[in-house]
Every structure is written in structure tokens, then in C-alpha cells.
Design a protein around this ligand. Structure first.
Ligand SMILES: Nc1nc2c(ncn2[C@@H]2O[C@H](COP(=O)(O)OP(=O)(O)OP(=O)(O)O)[C@@H](O)[C@H]2O)c(=O)[nH]1
Ligand SMILES: [Mg+2]
Length: 666
């Protein structure tokens, strides 16, 4: 049975209708008898109590349905920007996407952020203009906005009629539509020389089937974006969209007979608290009772497998290349782990990191210990939450995207764990970038430390957004293969030690945009005199793990760091007459403003200001513009803090103070 497999993501700005569309697709495919409703809390993919109560999607959810011989795994994602981490995690497992745009609201801020990311990843994407039944639907305006604001080449696949009524419908174009054919030919010929040649020879000479095939090929390369229209509520246009998904998006590739590889993109806990990992298989066939390697040096046995079949997850003995499976038994596995090969996926983040944090406090002190466990479980499902334990104050600080996420965490702790919590004031997360170069080394058997290893490290600034990179600058033959098996896994382990240490820099903020090079490496295998204080006969992984923070922070101290704050790039659309007042408030908020674009009565201002000030601007804007101002904000990178340098108390063993550090870790 060779059926094609397609892992499809549905993405959109909040409320565009992703979950409702998911229901419609399941219904049209015959998987469910009745389409559920978000408003009644009866959909398949908004299955959490909190999602049903609030009518918004919080977590990405997988379901599945068939279209002819194509098995589609569909991933419904949340649109609210506070849950962007949920979108990020599924991007790497998709073969294609449907970007939903509301026919009433049109291209919205998150639509642009998501589309830019889909383009960067070259992910084949169909556009679905939804809600054509709603009063105010205007497909002409949306069709104009897509090329302008999303910078895409599109092919409308038909036209909508009776807009804004329950009878709104979609009529797909066919070979008989001269206008459609002409547009298809133009888009295709522009990107394919042989079709261009055939067209020049004979305008009628390119067969329609050939044009459709070429459209699929261009869609697969994310060069062209077919646009469909419809209503997830009435079901209009759903058939043609399904046809488009099967015809125009490329199926998953991968060889089921090769060694097992895959990546873990979601973790959840089952009803009895057991860990369940979602894997997207890249190659091979994984069976129950298999022992899998993952993370840096972990191994565990898969006890049970389920795959998605007509809506829900069903138990099976195996999961193969291209499929998504749920795995039981891997207790140590984490999101981002690659299966079957060492190391985490290490892919760069597609979206900016959270820029806020807050301390979570149990209302009843007796709940403290349970709170830690609960937060640990929440964080394992959402690695960007990034917990920091302060052992002195017994408090936990977590990073956040926004207030809605905070409310959701509070409600989850109450519902799922029975723990009442409050949050302290939300504060900004700063980062530290190295100010220059620095290096340090500690030699084996030196009197300055009791660890049985030589570690030399150099740190230097790296491009913005590059995070932390680690590179071996020594001969691979100098690394302790007997501990780490290969130079590659030594590099992976060192990368992990470096990243962990750089959670806190000189001012207590995470270090970013830093390149670290190992300049010296040595170890002891018991072949000569040994210093008294060394307890082990030969070097172990612990020696490298414990010595690295000491050397690394010493090198960083030499380099110095610059504390930077998150910025927001804000576009303001305001009445031209009110520009003066807005500009003076922007100046007070420390914003840099580009030359305003005056378009008659309306003007557009582009500005960059500290992210922490955006909500002040948001509050003042209605008053400043008689309620007519529109604000659109996106992440604007990091810039050095002006004025007082903020610092944060350390929570680690403080490698900045070598004596104290050694006493603590020995
Ligand atoms: N009239 C009309 N309403 C729609 C349509 N699609 C969705 N809605 C409504 O729009 C609201 C949001 O729909 P959802 O399906 O929850 O949107 P979503 O994109 O999944 O939202 P998030 O997951 O929270 O980002 C609900 O009230 C739906 O009933 C449509 O085609 N027509
Ligand atoms: Mg939803």
C-alpha cells in the first residue's frame, strides 16, 4: 500500500478560523459526523478545558484525515502571539501549510510575521481566504493586500460570489476560463523557460494539465502561492481547498528502509502522568521495544507507539518515514531532540525569544515543592518558558511572551495541579553581548582548581541573532575520546556546558551572540603522577563539565559585556493633523523615528523603541489621535541599554567567584 503522506500546518493570525477550518476538513473527509464549534467548545483540536472555555487555541494539536490516496496529518496551531512557541516547534515537521486570512480583517500583523517565516523556510503554502460569509467580507481588497503586504506571487484559484451572506460560495476556475488560463500561463512562463518557449511558439500550445503540474512544482518550491476562498462555518470552498491540498502540496519524502531518524516536536503528559513524545519520522521504521538514542548521550526503550488515523491516535507496532507518531517510554526525551543520532536539532529560532519574566509564587507556602514539580512539567512542554530557580529565595522565575500566557499558566496550575499561584510584577529580560574578545585557560593539575582537565576558551562577539556557537579550535585527536566516544559528541557536550553557563553573564543576564572557541584541551588517563586533591584515577566528563564554567566566565570577564534591551519596531498610522502630539510622546519614550510618510490625511510613522514602552504608547494612542491611530508592533532586535545598567541576581553556583564555585561544586 503506497499512500502518500502529507504533514500540513494551519497557521494564521488569532481568530482567523484555523480551528473551525480544521473541523470542516475533518467533516468533509468523513472523519466526524458533525463539525464542532469553537464557540460551543466542541472541536477536535481545541481539546483542553482552557481552550474550550476561552475559545482560543493554546497548544498545537495533531489530527488526521484522508484526501483520496493522501493521508494528511493536520496540525492546528494557535494564532495568539503569546503562544508563538507552539507554532515554532511544528514548523520543522511540516511538508506544507495553509495560511488562513480573514476576508473581513484581511492581512493582519501576525499574518505577515507567519508568512515571512514560511517564506524563509521555503515551506510550500496555500492561502485560504476564510469567512466569505461574514458581512464586510471583501475578497478584492484581500487579493490586493496579499501581494502588497506579504510580497507574494499569487494565483487566485477561482472566485467568490454572494459575499457577506450565508449563501456565499466559491467557484473554482477551470481550463475553460480564458482569464485564469492566461494568468496561469503568465506566472508559469515567467519562471520556466521551456513553457515560455512553448508559449511563444503557440499561445494555445501549452496544455492545461502541463500548466497545473507546473503550478504544483512552483508551489512546492514556495515561489508561487495559490489562493482559495471559502467559509469554514458554512463549508463553502472546502472541497476545492482539499483538492488543492492533494494536488498542489508535495507529499512527505523519506525512506522507510534506512536507519531510524526523526525529531521530537511536542511533549505531553498522559492521564496517569506518563510522558508522551510526538515524533516526526524523517527516515526508517521505528518499532515498539526499540532502543533509541537521543539528546547528547541518552538511550531509552519505546514501549508503545500510536499514529494518527482518521482523526485520532491509534496504537500501532511501528511508525515510518514521513509519519507523525506518539511515543511512550522515553522518560528523558525533550522537545527538539533528534532521534537516532546524537545532539539536539540546534536549529535557529524562527521567532524572537520571550522578552518578559515574572516570579511565580505559591499562594500557600505548603505548595512550594509541588509548584516546582508542576512548573517543571509545564516547562518540558514549552522549553521557551525557561525556568530559573533561585535557591536562596526558593523562588522560581519564568520567561513569558505576555499577559495571556501568564493567565493560562495560572489557570493550568489551578486546574491541572490544584495549585493557586500569583505572579510578581512582570519585568524585562535583558541580554548580554560580549564587548570584545577574551580568553582564559586552566591547565591540568594546576593549583588554581581541583579538576582533572585542561580547558582553554576564547569568546568573541558574533552577529546579532546568532546565539551561542561553540567550535573546537584544537586537534580533534586531543579530545578525550574514551569518555565521549567521538570528537563530535565531545563538541555537543561542550556546547551544552557553554550554553548552560551562559544562562547568566556578568550582570546575571543570558549571554547571546557570542562565538566560543576551545583553544586548549587535555586530560589525564592515569599514566603519570597525580595531584593529591584529584579524587578520580582518570579524567571524567564531570571534570570538563565543572571546569568549563570557571574558564568561560573568566574569559567573558576579560571580554566585558554590553547589556542590551529588547526593542520593538512599531508602525503607527495616524491622522496627519495629530502628528505633533504623537511625535512628542515618542520622543519621551526614547523612540527613534524615521521620516513620516504623509499620505494626505493619514500618515505612517515607523519607529523603534524599547519593547517595555510599547504598552504605554498603546494606552496613550487613542487619546492622542481621537481613537483613530492604529499601532502594529513587531520584535525589533536588541540595543544597548542607555543609562543605569540593570542586573539580576545569580542563581547558579557563581563561577565568577572561583573559590566559592569550587567549594559548591566539589
Ligand atoms: N462567519 C464566520 N465565522 C467564522 C468562520 N471561521 C471561523 N469563524 C468564527 O471565528 C471565531 C474564531 O474561530 P477559530 O476557528 O477559533 O479561529 P482560530 O484561528 O482557530 O483562533 P485561534 O486558534 O485562537 O488563533 C469563531 O467565533 C468562529 O466561529 C467563517 O468562515 N465564517
Ligand atoms: Mg484555533
Amino acid at each position: 500500500m503506497s499512500r502518500r503522506m502529507l504533514n500540513l500546518g494551519i497557521l494564521a493570525h488569532v481568530d482567523a478560523g484555523k480551528t473551525t477550518l480544521t473541523e470542516r476538513l475533518l467533516y468533509a473527509a468523513g472523519v466526524i459526523d458533525q463539525p464542532g464549534s469553537v464557540d460551543a467548545g466542541t472541536t477536535q483540536t481545541d481539546s483542553l478545558a482552557l481552550e474550550r472555555q476561552r475559545g482560543i487555541t493554546i497548544k498545537s494539536a495533531v489530527t488526521s484525515f484522508p484526501i483520496g490516496d493522501v493521508r494528511v496529518n493536520l496540525i492546528d496551531t494557535p494564532g495568539h502571539p503569546d503562544f508563538i512557541a507552539e507554532v515554532e516547534r511544528v514548523l520543522s515537521v511540516l511538508d506544507g501549510a495553509v495560511l488562513v486570512i480573514s476576508a473581513v480583517e484581511g492581512v493582519q500583523p501576525q499574518t505577515r510575521i507567519l508568512m515571512r517565516t514560511l517564506q524563509r523556510l521555503r515551506l510550500p503554502t496555500l492561502l485560504f481566504v476564510n469567512k466569505i460569509d461574514r458581512p464586510g467580507a471583501d475578497t478584492g481588497r484581500v487579493l490586493q493586500a496579499i501581494p502588497e503586504r506579504l510580497d507574494l506571487t499569487i494565483v487566485p484559484m477561482g472566485s467568490a460570489r454572494s459575499l457577506g451572506t450565508r449563501d456565499a460560495s466559491f467557484r473554482p476556475s477551470s481550463a475553460a476560463d480564458a482569464g485564469f488560463r492566461a494568468q496561469l500561463t503568465e506566472v508559469v512562463a515567467e519562471r520556466n523557460d521551456s513553457i515560455l518557449a512553448a508559449y511563444i511558439e503557440d499561445e494555445e500550445g501549452v496544455p492545461y494539465e502541463r500548466l497545473r503540474e507546473e503550478l504544483a512544482a512552483l508551489t512546492a518550491r514556495a515561489l508561487v502561492h495559490p489562493v482559495f476562498f471559502g467559509s469554514a462555518v458554512t463549508g463553502a470552498g472546502i472541497g476545492p481547498l482539499m483538492g488543492g491540498i492533494a494536488e498542489l502540496l508535495p507529499a512527505a519524502s523519506g525512506d522507510a528502509d534506512r536507519p531510524v531518524t526523526g525529531s521530537v516536536f511536542k511533549i505531553e503528559r498522559g492521564s496517569s502522568g506518563e510522558k508522551i513524545a510526538y515524533i516526526r519520522m524523517v527516515s526508517g521504521t521505528l518499532r515498539t521495544r526499540y532502543r533509541l538514542r537521543f539528546g547528547v548521550d541518552l538511550e531509552d526503550k519505546v514501549t508503545s507507539i500510536a499514529v494518527f488515523e482518521r482523526g485520532s491516535a491509534v496504537r500501532r507496532d511501528s511508525v515510518s518515514a514521513g509519519e507523525i507518531g506518539k511515543l511512550w517510554g522515553l522518560d528523558e526525551v525533550q522537545i527538539g531532540d533528534r532521534i537516532g543520532q546524537a545532539g539536539t536539532s540546534g536549529t535557529r529560532h524562527q521567532f524572537p525569544p520571550p522578552t518578559l519574566e515574572s516570579v511565580v509564587v505559591a499562594r500557600h507556602p505548603a505548595d512550594r515543592a509541588r509548584l516546582r514539580v508542576a512548573l517543571g512539567q509545564i516547562a518540558e512542554q514549552d522549553p521557551l518558558i525557561n525556568l530559573r530557580q533561585d535557591d536562596n529565595s526558593q523562588e522560581t522565575c519564568m520567561s513569558l511572551y505576555g499577559e495571556v500566557q501568564k493567565e493560562v499558566i495560572q489557570a493550568t496550575l489551578a486546574h491541572d495541579f490544584g495549585i493557586e499561584v500569583t505572579f510578581r510584577e512582570t519585568t524585562t529580560i535583558y541580554i548580554e553581548r560580549p564587548a570584545g574578545r577574551g580568553s582564559a585557560v586552566e591547565f591540568l593539575q594546576a593549583d588554581t582548581h581541583p579538576f582533572s582537565a585542561t580547558v582553554g576558551l576564547r569568546v568573541e562577539p558574533a552577529p546579532a541573532g546568532s546565539g551561542i556557537t561553540f567550535r573546537l579550535g584544537v586537534d580533534p585527536r586531543d579530545v578525550p575520546i574514551y569518555i565521549y566516544k567521538t570528537a563530535g559528541s565531545f563538541t555537543d557536550a561542550m556546547t551544552q556546558y557553554v550554553r548552560r553557563t551562559f544562562q547568566e553573564g556578568l550582570y546575571g543576564w543570558q549571554v547571546a551572540d557570542c562565538a566560543v572557541t576551545m583553544t586548549e584541551c587535555d586530560y589525564y588517563i592515569g599514566d603519570g603522577p597525580k595531584k593529591q586533591v584529584l579524587s578520580t584515577p582518570r579524567t571524567t566528563a564531570a571534570d570538563f563539565r565543572k571546569l568549563t564554567p570557571l574558564v568561560l566566565l573568566h574569559a567573558l570577564k576579560q571580554a566585558g559585556t554590553v547589556v542590551c534591551e529588547p526593542m520593538a519596531r512599531v508602525t503607527l498610522e495616524i491622522p496627519t493633523a495629530m502628528m505633533g502630539g504623537v511625535l512628542s510622546v515618542l520622543a519621551q519614550l526614547g523612540a527613534t523615528v524615521e521620516t513620516p510618510l504623509v499620505r494626505g490625511e493619514l500618515s505612517v510613522l515607523q519607529t523603534v523603541l524599547p519593547a517595555a514602552q510599547v504598552h504605554i504608547l498603546q494606552q496613550q494612542l487613542p487619546g492622542l489621535t481621537s481613537g483613530e491611530g492604529v499601532l502594529e508592533s513587531s520584535f525589533g532586535g536588541y540595543q544597548p541599554v542607555r543609562g543605569t545598567i540593570p542586573s539580576r541576581p545569580r542563581t547558579d553556583n557563581n563561577p565568577l567567584d572561583p573559590k566559592e564555585y569550587i567549594r559548591k561544586v566539589l
